[in-house]
Design a protein around this ligand. Sequence first.
Ligand code: SF4
Length: 267
Amino acid sequence: MSLSPSRASDFMQCPLLYRFRVIDRLPEKPSEAATRGTLVHAVLERLFDAPAAERTPPRAKSLVPGQWERLLESRPELGELFAQDEGGERLARWMSEAEALVERWFSLEDPTRLEPAERELFVETELESGLRLRGVIDRVDVAPTGEVRIVDYKTGKAPRPEYSEGALFQMKFYALVIWRLKGVVPRRLQLVYLGSGEVLTYDPVAADLERVERRLLALWDAIMRATESGDWRPRPTKLCGWCDHQAVCPEFGGTPPVYPLPVVPAG
Ligand code: SF4
């Protein structure tokens, strides 16, 4: 009975993808892009350990190798990414791309003037329906006046304006959780796109978050119906190109594994 923004997005993108990830728990190969994102997030989080005046681009870049080592210690399977890279060239290029993303952040925000209230904050709340919402917020800033800003870093490029609603969904999800937990509607939602050097902001009002809540309840209802019936429809889009499960997807000639849950007959 719990939903995170990523899993909600999975179901909206493709119900069968949600099933493969949440119910079958099929393994997925680590990707260079996603791992670089994790590394950059770790560096930006750790940089705030330093006194404000020392939060400089050289300091941030110097954190990259050490954070990569820590990541490898906690998730040794990531070593597979560069197992075939004998000369170390791919790894060196990948590290310098991570450094460039970290450096670009300084053109978008000034960490010497920020004192986050929270970093990598795990949040969880239960709605009246019993549905639990959870997630991890990259950064929460609280102004002296008490106004809350939720910040998320993205290592990709900002979406075109017509797709910004999808990008803001995750932020409104977090805003709803904060509102339910603290009784305060966050003043600002801020997406920092390190890939293209852009910042997308949105100032929500309570009605926005109520809409998101209704949407999540409807989504959860659809997930429950699929869970009981075992009817998880594939929804092919161009995002299938990034899906690890084409081999077991009927859209690509595959057969899904046997459904592991009991099926409740309709009616
Ligand atoms: S390949 Fe496409 S349609 Fe099939 S499960 Fe993955 S996302 Fe869904």
